[in-house]
Design a protein around this ligand. Structure first.
Ligand code: UGY
Ligand code: MN
Length: 256
Protein backbone atom coordinates (compact mmCIF):
# COMPACT_ATOMS: atom_id res chain seq x y z
CA UNK A 1 0.00 0.00 0.00
CA UNK A 2 1.48 3.40 -0.90
CA UNK A 3 0.92 6.25 1.54
CA UNK A 4 0.26 9.67 0.05
CA UNK A 5 2.73 12.25 1.45
CA UNK A 6 1.01 14.40 4.07
CA UNK A 7 -1.40 11.69 5.19
CA UNK A 8 -1.15 9.62 8.36
CA UNK A 9 -0.41 5.91 7.73
CA UNK A 10 -2.52 3.21 9.39
CA UNK A 11 -1.33 2.23 12.88
CA UNK A 12 -2.17 2.45 16.53
CA UNK A 13 -3.52 5.88 17.51
CA UNK A 14 -5.51 4.82 20.55
CA UNK A 15 -2.65 3.84 22.84
CA UNK A 16 0.27 5.63 24.43
CA UNK A 17 1.99 5.69 27.82
CA UNK A 18 -0.02 8.60 29.27
CA UNK A 19 -1.68 7.79 32.61
CA UNK A 20 -3.57 10.41 34.62
CA UNK A 21 -5.05 9.37 37.95
CA UNK A 22 -6.23 11.45 40.96
CA UNK A 23 -2.94 10.63 42.73
CA UNK A 24 -0.29 10.62 40.02
CA UNK A 25 0.27 11.18 36.31
CA UNK A 26 2.71 9.97 33.67
CA UNK A 27 2.95 12.50 30.83
CA UNK A 28 5.08 11.56 27.81
CA UNK A 29 5.73 14.69 25.69
CA UNK A 30 3.81 13.52 22.64
CA UNK A 31 0.24 14.77 22.79
CA UNK A 32 0.77 17.58 25.33
CA UNK A 33 -0.68 20.55 23.47
CA UNK A 34 0.81 24.00 23.81
CA UNK A 35 -0.65 27.06 25.53
CA UNK A 36 0.18 30.67 24.64
CA UNK A 37 0.22 33.09 27.55
CA UNK A 38 -0.34 36.85 27.67
CA UNK A 39 2.93 38.65 28.31
CA UNK A 40 5.12 35.95 26.72
CA UNK A 41 6.70 36.55 23.31
CA UNK A 42 7.55 33.65 20.97
CA UNK A 43 6.87 31.09 23.70
CA UNK A 44 4.92 27.83 23.65
CA UNK A 45 4.00 26.54 27.11
CA UNK A 46 3.44 22.80 27.51
CA UNK A 47 1.87 22.46 30.98
CA UNK A 48 2.87 19.20 32.65
CA UNK A 49 0.93 19.62 35.88
CA UNK A 50 -1.16 22.26 37.67
CA UNK A 51 -3.91 22.50 40.30
CA UNK A 52 -6.31 21.31 37.56
CA UNK A 53 -4.55 17.93 37.84
CA UNK A 54 -4.51 17.96 41.64
CA UNK A 55 -1.01 19.38 42.20
CA UNK A 56 -0.31 22.31 44.55
CA UNK A 57 2.24 23.73 42.10
CA UNK A 58 2.57 24.11 38.35
CA UNK A 59 5.25 22.74 36.06
CA UNK A 60 5.68 23.26 32.32
CA UNK A 61 8.12 22.96 29.45
CA UNK A 62 8.67 26.36 27.79
CA UNK A 63 9.71 26.24 24.14
CA UNK A 64 11.03 29.71 23.34
CA UNK A 65 12.16 31.13 20.01
CA UNK A 66 15.37 33.16 19.82
CA UNK A 67 14.34 36.66 20.92
CA UNK A 68 11.30 35.36 22.83
CA UNK A 69 10.60 35.58 26.56
CA UNK A 70 8.78 37.70 29.09
CA UNK A 71 9.09 40.53 31.61
CA UNK A 72 6.93 40.45 34.70
CA UNK A 73 7.03 43.12 37.40
CA UNK A 74 5.37 40.67 39.80
CA UNK A 75 3.46 41.14 43.02
CA UNK A 76 1.67 37.80 42.90
CA UNK A 77 3.42 35.90 45.73
CA UNK A 78 4.67 33.19 43.36
CA UNK A 79 8.22 31.82 43.31
CA UNK A 80 9.78 30.36 40.18
CA UNK A 81 12.45 27.81 39.28
CA UNK A 82 13.90 27.44 35.78
CA UNK A 83 16.17 24.71 34.40
CA UNK A 84 17.65 24.97 30.91
CA UNK A 85 17.17 21.74 28.93
CA UNK A 86 18.86 23.22 25.86
CA UNK A 87 19.55 26.60 24.26
CA UNK A 88 20.78 29.85 25.75
CA UNK A 89 18.68 32.23 27.82
CA UNK A 90 19.13 35.18 30.10
CA UNK A 91 17.05 35.08 33.28
CA UNK A 92 16.67 37.99 35.65
CA UNK A 93 15.45 38.13 39.23
CA UNK A 94 15.15 41.77 40.22
CA UNK A 95 18.53 43.44 39.67
CA UNK A 96 20.36 40.15 39.12
CA UNK A 97 20.67 38.70 35.62
CA UNK A 98 22.51 35.56 34.37
CA UNK A 99 23.06 34.03 30.96
CA UNK A 100 22.34 30.31 31.24
CA UNK A 101 23.05 27.39 28.90
CA UNK A 102 21.96 23.71 29.10
CA UNK A 103 22.15 22.52 32.72
CA UNK A 104 21.91 26.07 34.11
CA UNK A 105 19.18 26.96 36.57
CA UNK A 106 17.64 29.96 38.33
CA UNK A 107 15.45 30.50 41.39
CA UNK A 108 13.37 33.70 41.32
CA UNK A 109 11.86 34.36 44.76
CA UNK A 110 8.36 35.67 45.33
CA UNK A 111 8.20 39.43 44.84
CA UNK A 112 11.28 39.72 42.57
CA UNK A 113 10.49 40.99 39.05
CA UNK A 114 11.10 38.13 36.58
CA UNK A 115 12.67 38.41 33.12
CA UNK A 116 13.32 35.75 30.49
CA UNK A 117 15.15 36.58 27.23
CA UNK A 118 16.09 33.69 24.94
CA UNK A 119 19.31 34.32 22.97
CA UNK A 120 18.80 31.14 20.98
CA UNK A 121 15.96 28.62 20.60
CA UNK A 122 15.59 27.40 24.19
CA UNK A 123 13.70 24.73 26.12
CA UNK A 124 13.22 25.52 29.79
CA UNK A 125 11.56 23.61 32.63
CA UNK A 126 9.42 26.05 34.62
CA UNK A 127 8.24 25.25 38.15
CA UNK A 128 6.13 27.78 40.05
CA UNK A 129 4.22 27.80 43.30
CA UNK A 130 2.86 30.15 45.92
CA UNK A 131 5.60 30.85 48.47
CA UNK A 132 4.68 29.69 51.95
CA UNK A 133 6.21 31.98 54.55
CA UNK A 134 7.45 30.62 57.88
CA UNK A 135 7.42 32.64 61.09
CA UNK A 136 10.73 34.30 61.91
CA UNK A 137 12.25 33.23 58.59
CA UNK A 138 13.85 35.69 56.17
CA UNK A 139 12.62 35.50 52.57
CA UNK A 140 14.82 33.37 50.29
CA UNK A 141 17.18 35.18 47.90
CA UNK A 142 17.56 34.71 44.14
CA UNK A 143 19.92 31.90 43.22
CA UNK A 144 21.65 30.87 39.98
CA UNK A 145 23.74 27.80 39.29
CA UNK A 146 24.77 25.02 36.94
CA UNK A 147 24.27 21.29 37.18
CA UNK A 148 28.02 20.70 36.60
CA UNK A 149 28.98 22.86 39.59
CA UNK A 150 26.55 21.25 42.06
CA UNK A 151 28.19 18.57 44.26
CA UNK A 152 27.02 14.97 43.85
CA UNK A 153 26.16 13.30 47.16
CA UNK A 154 25.88 9.52 47.36
CA UNK A 155 23.23 8.30 49.79
CA UNK A 156 21.98 4.92 51.08
CA UNK A 157 23.27 2.76 48.21
CA UNK A 158 26.10 2.86 45.67
CA UNK A 159 25.24 3.96 42.15
CA UNK A 160 22.82 6.72 43.16
CA UNK A 161 23.67 10.41 43.51
CA UNK A 162 21.78 13.51 44.68
CA UNK A 163 22.45 17.09 43.64
CA UNK A 164 20.62 19.69 45.74
CA UNK A 165 20.26 22.61 43.33
CA UNK A 166 18.69 24.93 45.94
CA UNK A 167 20.38 23.37 48.95
CA UNK A 168 19.01 20.88 51.47
CA UNK A 169 17.09 21.61 54.69
CA UNK A 170 17.22 25.39 54.20
CA UNK A 171 14.26 26.44 56.32
CA UNK A 172 13.61 29.68 54.43
CA UNK A 173 12.88 27.55 51.33
CA UNK A 174 9.56 25.74 51.00
CA UNK A 175 10.79 23.60 48.13
CA UNK A 176 13.76 21.61 46.94
CA UNK A 177 14.74 20.89 43.37
CA UNK A 178 17.21 18.04 43.10
CA UNK A 179 18.83 15.99 40.36
CA UNK A 180 18.86 12.28 41.16
CA UNK A 181 21.17 10.07 39.09
CA UNK A 182 21.15 6.28 38.86
CA UNK A 183 23.61 3.77 37.42
CA UNK A 184 21.87 1.03 35.39
CA UNK A 185 20.22 -1.56 37.64
CA UNK A 186 20.01 0.68 40.73
CA UNK A 187 16.85 1.53 42.66
CA UNK A 188 15.69 2.99 45.99
CA UNK A 189 16.36 0.74 49.01
CA UNK A 190 12.60 0.70 49.74
CA UNK A 191 9.29 1.88 48.31
CA UNK A 192 8.90 5.52 49.48
CA UNK A 193 5.56 6.85 50.74
CA UNK A 194 5.66 10.47 51.95
CA UNK A 195 3.63 13.61 52.45
CA UNK A 196 5.66 15.61 49.90
CA UNK A 197 4.59 15.74 46.28
CA UNK A 198 6.87 15.61 43.27
CA UNK A 199 7.20 16.95 39.74
CA UNK A 200 9.73 14.81 37.87
CA UNK A 201 11.30 15.60 34.48
CA UNK A 202 13.41 12.83 32.98
CA UNK A 203 16.65 14.48 31.82
CA UNK A 204 18.34 11.39 30.40
CA UNK A 205 18.15 7.62 30.43
CA UNK A 206 15.23 5.34 31.14
CA UNK A 207 13.66 3.11 33.75
CA UNK A 208 10.60 1.67 35.39
CA UNK A 209 8.62 3.82 37.81
CA UNK A 210 6.39 2.25 40.44
CA UNK A 211 3.47 4.57 41.21
CA UNK A 212 0.91 3.16 43.59
CA UNK A 213 0.73 -0.49 42.51
CA UNK A 214 1.58 -0.07 38.82
CA UNK A 215 4.95 -0.04 37.04
CA UNK A 216 5.35 2.52 34.23
CA UNK A 217 8.11 2.57 31.65
CA UNK A 218 9.57 6.07 31.24
CA UNK A 219 12.46 7.76 29.49
CA UNK A 220 14.08 11.07 28.48
CA UNK A 221 11.58 13.90 28.06
CA UNK A 222 8.79 12.33 30.16
CA UNK A 223 7.13 14.10 33.08
CA UNK A 224 5.66 12.41 36.18
CA UNK A 225 3.50 14.03 38.86
CA UNK A 226 3.44 12.19 42.21
CA UNK A 227 0.84 13.49 44.64
CA UNK A 228 1.26 13.22 48.45
CA UNK A 229 1.54 9.67 49.81
CA UNK A 230 1.92 7.98 46.42
CA UNK A 231 4.04 4.86 46.95
CA UNK A 232 7.05 5.25 44.64
CA UNK A 233 10.09 3.29 43.51
CA UNK A 234 12.46 3.73 40.55
CA UNK A 235 14.44 1.01 38.85
CA UNK A 236 16.98 2.27 36.28
CA UNK A 237 17.21 0.25 33.08
CA UNK A 238 19.14 0.94 29.83
CA UNK A 239 22.91 1.09 29.45
CA UNK A 240 23.92 4.52 30.66
CA UNK A 241 23.24 6.71 33.69
CA UNK A 242 19.66 7.90 34.17
CA UNK A 243 18.97 11.30 35.72
CA UNK A 244 15.85 13.23 36.59
CA UNK A 245 15.03 16.70 37.91
CA UNK A 246 12.78 16.43 40.96
CA UNK A 247 10.63 19.09 42.62
CA UNK A 248 9.66 18.41 46.23
CA UNK A 249 7.69 20.55 48.71
CA UNK A 250 9.55 20.55 52.03
CA UNK A 251 10.21 22.32 55.35
CA UNK A 252 6.62 23.33 56.17
CA UNK A 253 4.10 21.99 58.70
CA UNK A 254 0.71 20.62 57.67
CA UNK A 255 -2.12 23.14 57.72
CA UNK A 256 -5.12 22.08 59.81
O1 UGY B 1 13.76 12.52 47.81
C1 UGY B 1 12.80 11.91 47.33
O2 UGY B 1 11.65 12.03 47.79
C2 UGY B 1 13.09 10.99 46.16
N1 UGY B 1 13.94 9.91 46.56
N2 UGY B 1 11.88 10.52 45.53
C3 UGY B 1 11.84 10.12 44.22
O3 UGY B 1 12.89 10.12 43.55
N3 UGY B 1 10.68 9.68 43.76
MN1 MN C 1 10.10 10.79 46.83
Amino acid sequence: MSIKPGTIPPGIYGHNRTMVTPHYAVMPPEGILESRLPGFRGTKVHFHTSPQMGARFAQALLVIEAGGGTNHPREDGLEHFFFVVDGEVSISAGEQEKLLSAGGYAFVPAGAPLGIAAKDATRLIWIKRRYETAEGMALPQALFGHRQDTPRVTKHTDGRAWQYLLGEARMEMDMEVNILSFAPGTHFPFVETHIMEHGLYMLEGQGLYLLGREWHECWTGDFIWMGPYVPQQFYATGWGETAYLLYKDVNRDVSL
